[in-house]
Design a protein around this ligand. Sequence first.
Ligand SMILES: Nc1nc2c(c(=O)[nH]1)N[C@H]1C(S)=C(S)[C@@H](COP(=O)(O)OP(=O)(O)OC[C@H]3O[C@@H](n4cnc5c(=O)[nH]c(N)nc54)[C@H](O)[C@@H]3O)O[C@H]1N2
Ligand SMILES: Nc1nc2c(c(=O)[nH]1)N[C@H]1C(S)=C(S)[C@@H](COP(=O)(O)OP(=O)(O)OC[C@H]3O[C@@H](n4cnc5c(=O)[nH]c(N)nc54)[C@H](O)[C@@H]3O)O[C@H]1N2
Ligand code: SF4
Ligand SMILES: [Mo]
Length: 731
Amino acid sequence: MGEVKHSICRVCHAQCPILVEMEDGKPVKVVGDKDNPIYHGYTCVKGRELPYMHYSDKRLLHSQKMQADGTHAPIPHEQAFDEVAEKLKHILDTYGPRSIAYYVGTHGYNNFATNRFADAWMDAIESPMRFSSVTIDQPGKAIATALHGAWQGGTTNIEQADAWMFVGTNPIVSMFGGTPVNPARAIQKAKKRGLELVVVDPRVTDVAKHATIHLQPKPGNDPAILAGMLRVIFEEGLYDQKFTTENVNGFVELREAVDAFTPDFVAERADIPAEKLKEAARMIARAARAGCTAGTGPNMAGYGNLTEYLLLSMMSICGHWLQEGDKLPNPGVLVNRGPAKAQPSGPFPAWGFGEKLRVRNLANTAAGLPTAAAADEILMDGEGKVRALLSLGGNPMMAWPDQLKTYDAIRELDLFISIDPLMTASARLSHYVIAPKLSLEYEATTALQEMLGIGLSGEGYQAPYAQHCEKIMDPPEGSDVIEDWEFFYGISQRMGLELTLEPWSFMDPAGKAANATKLDMSNKPSATQIWEALLKNSPVPLSEVKKSESGKIYDVPEVRVAPRDEGHTARFDVGNDVMMKELEEVKAGIVQDREKDYDFRMISRRLHDHHNSNWHFAPRMSRQYKYNPAFMNPGDMKAHGLKTGDIIEVIAERASIKGIVEEAPDVREGSIAMTHCWGDLPGQDDDVLTHGSNTGRLSSVEKDYDPYSGIPRMSSIPINIRLLQSAVAAE
Ligand SMILES: Nc1nc2c(c(=O)[nH]1)N[C@H]1C(S)=C(S)[C@@H](COP(=O)(O)OP(=O)(O)OC[C@H]3O[C@@H](n4cnc5c(=O)[nH]c(N)nc54)[C@H](O)[C@@H]3O)O[C@H]1N2
Ligand SMILES: Nc1nc2c(c(=O)[nH]1)N[C@H]1C(S)=C(S)[C@@H](COP(=O)(O)OP(=O)(O)OC[C@H]3O[C@@H](n4cnc5c(=O)[nH]c(N)nc54)[C@H](O)[C@@H]3O)O[C@H]1N2
Ligand code: SF4
Ligand SMILES: [Mo]
């Protein structure tokens, strides 16, 4: 066996510790770190595929420039920086800061340092046009927190809970939505000590298999289900009277608004047993401590803000937040969480502030600028038109809703730049593709996961855990690749801009400004200096964390939730006017009426071995699925005369795509589940067996969208189907 080096997997946000076996300076094998105190050796196929990715012949080893005929040719990165800086400067001088936008995709987040650089650059050019995948993911989380208020005593986690409810999230596959670190183990361990689990999902998901109660509703009905549960909690007096009196406004308004959602009404609307709904409500309310988290499904299925808002309201009226004297599972190692006090912040601005978009009355939100309107901002002429877009570890052509509109928009850009190791659908439309280093070639820390836990219940570490890793290999010989942040540094130098790096912090805006670092723009900082700047105010000095190659639990002083400040008056709001109004709309069933001519609902789901649009072709990742099947219930298949392998047309109001039928008893009748981020560009995607289909094409950003975040229906999309080609013919 060759030398073994420690690293951190950065394929997804879970940041699993990995052991990389090296031969002649090259990685040959990745395994989990069995001695790791919290991950206990967990990895998945995607992480174990890292050696392949670094040496794949599809990996870009040189940046690319689009030629006059639309093809791409290699360009040295310094020359690409020169040309890009000149073009950006021209656009900036001619049309102003608003003409330049960025889009941070999932790899922009997983590479924490880049993300901070991108913001520093946008600050320097004073552009507000910052789009990210957050507003086409779970924008309801930040928006609902703003409407409701945040608990300053820390977020809730499964290890300290007696009951948990997962609504449309499948953490065992996604590592998100409630338990990111070795989730299957964490759930089994919690269940052994008596955790009661409620799962709401139209599929019998991996996590639903562990549920004490699984509600398997018609998709798109989460607000009605949660309102029904709240009604049971009110009616049976299961709420926390003392906590509510001290901390909650809007109790009466919420109670009145959910009154119409009787168990029988909800049972009929969502097609679930009324008795099970009541039991689920009792299970969550009666627990000494419970957590409730939602995922992408409900955030994309309409009224996502409302779903998240009702979950927060349920947490609050049941008094399930950490209380004074409770131990914080992670007081912070690399990220400063600020003080923990047993008190709510009041509501804060959720939408309508900051930059206004020019379409659909949209504006900035607590989750950021609506990405669902980015294509319109590019397409629409006039003052403020977006002319340059920088895509940072993202793939708009695969991920943005309304693929046909996105396609028009991307081709309309004067300058489109992607930082991406692959010639993805988006890269192929880019004027420049900047070839980045891959993860094993650069330094990293686990700050991202720690930070997620400060803002989101169920995320983060349940112990003061951290890891730092050095680069463990050099890029392949003859290559010309950079760390993503070097792009921003390089173009800033050429544009004569000054950059100031700020640490990323949800709870500590003062700390953010106080710990900002002005960069030396003549002498390029090293990656090490960048990390030191970003983690300047870390509770444990980075130099200390660097002493250990493996991830470890740090001996930091215990922190208990402090009592509320004397005279603290801010309270949660569970009766927000707009949310109560949306509950009335839900009750009236406007959506259901409008969609009665459709036989099925298309729901989104993730695949275990694939991550969004990343490296679909990698050998081990594609062993099970080389495309995104249309998972169907056997009863529905029989009724429509379909078998596995049949190619169907999936027909939505906006557009149609092809789907390859796969029998899936876990999917509820009437739903068809397909994964996003597959397929190819319009007109180049006929070969569905090779690359699947793009479900983004089924969404219209102009119809049926959230009035604040702009997110359209990306799950629970009304569809009809028709057989195109039978399985035998398809072979
Ligand atoms: N219909 C529908 N649409 C959806 C969703 C859905 O459920 N249904 N989900 C939505 C969600 S939650 C999200 S987050 C978005 C995802 O939106 P995006 O983030 O835009 O999509 P990804 O495929 O994650 O893009 C990651 C990109 O990073 C590149 N990459 C891989 N490794 C590296 C690296 O080391 N460095 C760099 N620089 N780049 C790298 C990949 O090639 C890929 O192009 O999609 C959204 N779209
Ligand atoms: N393996 C893997 N891991 C990933 C990703 C990946 O692509 N692959 N993507 C990453 C990203 S970008 C994100 S944002 C996270 C997302 O993490 P999750 O939100 O946990 O994503 P999913 O696993 O798709 O779970 C969503 C669930 O919602 C259900 N659902 C669909 N519509 C509805 C509805 O109307 N109501 C209810 N109650 N349920 C519904 C689906 O059946 C599905 O089980 O995962 C991340 N992790
Ligand atoms: S879950 Fe898989 S892809 Fe995500 S960090 Fe861990 S090993 Fe990597
Ligand atoms: Mo996401």
